[in-house]
Ligand binder design. Structure first.
Ligand code: COA
Ligand code: AMP
Length: 662
């Protein structure tokens, strides 16, 4: 049943859950807060804004840009580094641990108090200032999971500079694309990172990226690590030498709407989107989420096993825990093989973690090696109060396995790089609800989530559609795409005016629980990492022997999805097909990086297309995933389907043997 309430403009809005929420009737804390945030966003967020320190408190709470997109706290001034570090030192939290670093791949561990971290950040900010970095300048950071990465990010924030962290698994070309777009004054890198079985020197990757990039930074700063030494050339500076000579820098107040960072994420084309995050709204939203979503109080330990190169790392390793006065655990290791499947349990016990957050794929990897939880039995994890999962859908088998294994709530929550914090969750700090397998539970206060059909009408309960967020989006969400307002409009705002398009499909059930079922565009999710099939197609299409190609994401039991390329060689191609496939695999690894997990290519002679020439990728996915499929009336050459199906069968691809033409 749908229930109507009046929204802030007095028009009727339908809420998907059926419970009575009229004033004066019994109302749950969740519904109360949700409706308050949607109906009175200015009052709601003005109150939340009081929880962070401002140099100039905002008087204008909500404003809109010329695309109708919300801007928060426009006349407020603050500094994110001050709110996360100096403020806590000044209010008596200086000796508390801000960061625990645990690196099984190097055998190192470190504890940094709030005071130590603040002092290191101030010095490194001084070093950056000495290189000419000032407010508004961009700084690209290419670093592994070490505390210095946090130091570098906070140092930028301290100066009002804009950092752009690039994940260490990306190849030189990807780094170069980001350097060209962000035009940084300085690039900061470590000498290397460690994967399970190998050390990865970063300096050659940075050098290659700078060689091919059209933009030249003024300087490159290198953090030398014991595991690998980087040769320093012209324009290169040693991190430690700079710090030794630096004076500490003070926090520079910035406007709430000034950018804190740019984080590139995959879109539907080859060019990644530079998601811009502001300072004030971001701090307010993350602070609110730590309390309301994660139920964290100051002084408690939060562990997010992601990488600082992803949004989860930005929000819930680097910024949110410290904004809230918690301790963050930085882990340079994997869920398995560093050295075993008990790594997470050890960390939870050793650092007395209260809430833990990772991607479902990490637990699928653990489950494969330790299905009965024998490693868990070796540890006392009674300190843990909740487990949060995101990055991809929490598949019901993994959800049930975790529920059986653990005595704490297992919470699937949904969000994206663009929003920066959860859109839907089971809110542990507000009102814990019962969970439903496959659902991210309910929209978080501030997010007016709706499911629309093709015509922009609200879908009934249990009917799938496009999941959108009605403006105003709450604080903390993307301010735009770096230097590309048109792309922002086209990608997010154009489809349904007044709504932000998430790119995910899904539905609300009759109880108002939200189910996110997958992307409606060419974005795929591999081991919790967001990748663009369009980008991979551009790489394949650039090979001289390839006439046409399609990349699809097929189901994988461990990583959720894996990319598969289908290529048609040019008529002139007379070489060896196996050699071509190997070359194409190597090309994607070289251009995008190992993280693309691109390991399967099929050479075919035809691809199913519509008469207007559009490749029927969804149909290809259905075949590879073993689903039933029909011949669409718009298909140009119906025999192409059988041809592709046979090619997949020959290679025993995915579940193609289960697929049936109906
Ligand atoms: N630097 C360089 N290379 C990296 C890298 C990094 N930071 N991270 C991953 N890679 C490489 C891996 O070594 C691997 O290379 P290979 O093809 O030579 O084996 C490749 O990229 C693919 O990595 P991945 O998909 O991570 O596979 P894996 O087998 O190494 O590990 C999991 C599998 C499930 C354990 C791992 O993906 C994982 O921990 N996932 C959780 C993801 C996550 O936290 N996502 C963030 C959103 S919450
Ligand atoms: P990223 O921007 O890398 O965080 O990836 C965001 C995308 O990951 C979303 O648009 C979803 O497609 C997917 N995603 C993240 N969390 C979930 C979840 N809990 N359930 C389903 N999909 C999710």
């Amino acid at each position: 049943m749908l229930y109507s309430v009046n929204n802030r403009e007095g028009e009727v809005m339908l809420h998907p859950w059926g419970l009575d929420c009229r004033p004066g009737t019994a109302m749950s804390s969740y519904r109360n807060e949700y409706h308050h945030a949607i109906e009175h966003p200015e009052a709601f967020w003005a109150e939340q804004a009081k929880r962070i320190p401002w140099t100039t408190p905002p008087r204008t709470i909500l404003d809109y840009d010329n695309q109708g997109h919300a801007r928060w706290f426009v006349d407020g001034e603050m500094n994110t580094c001050h709110a996360a570090l100096d403020h806590h030192v000044e209010s008596g939290r200086g000796e508390q641990a801000a960061v625990f670093w645990d690196s099984p791949v190097t055998g190192a561990k470190r504890r940094l108090s709030y005071r130590e971290l603040r002092d290191q950040v101030a010095l490194f900010a001084g070093a950056l200032a000495g290189l000419g970095v000032t407010k508004g300048d961009r700084v690209v950071i290419y670093m592994p999971m070490v505390p210095e990465t946090l130091v570098a990010m906070y140092a930028c924030a301290r100066l009002g500079a804009v950092h752009s962290v690039v994940f260490g698994g990306f190849a030189p070309h990807e780094l170069a694309v980001r350097i060209e777009d962000a035009e940084p004054k300085v690039v900061i890198a470590a000498s290397g990172g460690v994967e399970v079985d190998r050390v990865i020197p970063y300096k050659p990757i940075v050098d290659e990226a700078l060689r091919t990039s059209r933009h030249r930074p003024d300087a490159t700063v290198i953090l030398q690590r014991d595991l690998v030494h980087a040769e320093l050339g012209e324009g290169n500076h040693d991190w430690q030498a700079l710090v030794d000579a630096a004076e500490p820098a003070a926090c520079v107040p910035v406007k709430a709407t000034d950018p804190l960072y740019i984080l590139y994420t995959s879109g539907t084309t080859g060019k990644p989107k530079g998601v811009v995050r502001d300072n004030g709204g971001h701090a307010v939203a993350l602070h609110y989420s730590m309390d309301t979503v994660y139920g964290m109080a100051p002084g408690e330990v939060f562990f997010s096993a992601s990488d600082v190169g992803w949004v989860v790392g930005h929000s819930y390793i680097v910024y949110a825990p410290l904004l809230r006065g918690c301790t963050t655990l930085v882990y340079e290791g994997k869920p398995v093989r560093t050295p075993n499947a008990g790594g997470f349990w050890r960390l939870i016990e050793e650092y007395q973690v209260k809430a833990f957050f990772t991607a479902p794929t990490a637990f699928r990897a653990i489950k494969k090696e330790d299905p009965d939880g024998e490693w868990l039995a070796k540890h006392d994890i009674s300190c843990l109060k909740a487990l949060f999962l995101a990055g991809e859908r929490l598949d019901p088998p993994t959800f049930h396995w975790l529920e059986d294994l653990l005595a704490v709530p297992v919470i699937d929550h949904w969000w994206q790089t663009e929003t920066g914090w959860p859109i839907a969750a089971n809110l542990q700090g507000l009102e814990a609800m019962s969970t439903k397998a496959g659902s991210a539970t309910v929209p978080v206060p501030g997010f007016d989530v709706q499911v629309l059909d093709r015509d922009g009408k609200r879908a009934e309960a249990n009917v799938q559609g496009s999941v959108v967020i009605r403006e105003p989006m709450p604080p903390g969400c993307l301010a735009g795409i770096w230097h590309d307002p048109q792309r922002f409009h086209a990608a997010y705002m154009a489809a349904f005016p007044g709504y932000y398009l998430t790119g995910d499909g899904g539905y609300f059930d009759e109880d108002g629980y939200l189910f996110i079922m997958g992307r409606t565009d060419d974005v795929i999710n591999v081991a919790g990492h967001r990748l663009s099939t369009g980008e991979m197609e551009e790489v394949l299409g650039a090979h001289p022997a390839v006439a046409e190609c399609a990349v699809i994401g097929i189901h994988d039991a461990l990583k959720g999805q894996l990319p598969v390329g289908l290529v048609i060689p040019k008529d002139s191609f007379s070489g060896d097909e196996v050699a071509l496939e190997e070359e194409l695999i190597a090309l994607v690894r070289e251009k995008i990086g190992a993280i693309a997990c691109f390991k399967q290519v099929l050479v075919v002679s035809r691809l199913p297309k519509t008469r207007s020439g559009k490749i029927l990728r969804k149909l290809l996915r259905h075949i590879a995933d073993g689903k039933e499929y029909g011949v669409p009336s718009t298909i140009d050459d119906p025999t192409s389907l059988e041809h592709v199906h046979n090619a997949m069968l020959e290679r025993d691809l995915g579940q193609a043997s289960e697929a049936r033409l109906v």
